[in-house]
Design a protein around this ligand. Sequence first.
Ligand SMILES: [Zn+2]
Length: 163
Amino acid sequence: MPGKTRIGFGHDIHPLVTGRKLVLGGVVVPFDKGLDGWSDADVLVHAVMDALLGAAALGDIGTHFPPGNPEYKNISSLVLLAGVKKMLDAGHWKIGNVDVMVLAEAPKLKDYMAEMAANIAGSLSLAVSDVSIKAGTSEKLGFVGRGEGIAAEAVALLESALE
Ligand SMILES: [Zn+2]
């Protein structure tokens, strides 16, 4: 019997503020604002982490990397993502693929998406072809549309490496 397959979903939002770097998918994107949060507030990576944790039913990012812990202050979320990969390895989970959607009214992310996918693939030991990143706007509607924040949603597929 083949190993079981599991899907997971992740969703995250961070507010845009002045005086912070904008880090998305581990890439510092030039912009006059950045996302606020305890870590580097990489909303895209956080959505991926929650999708992976969800697929393995391992809780969520806040459980494993609680805000307020000095160890995680301004940490690169790619490091946290690699931590999730370790948990999946320990549970004998193999990642199939990851698909992420980022919603940002600005800036334009097209030129940075290949590097974001490479960063995420690197932290998860995946082929770049197993990581999909898409970006869109919110058509000027809601908090994303007003440029107050950036949201991301992700799904991930896991396969059990156990028979
Ligand atoms: Zn987050």
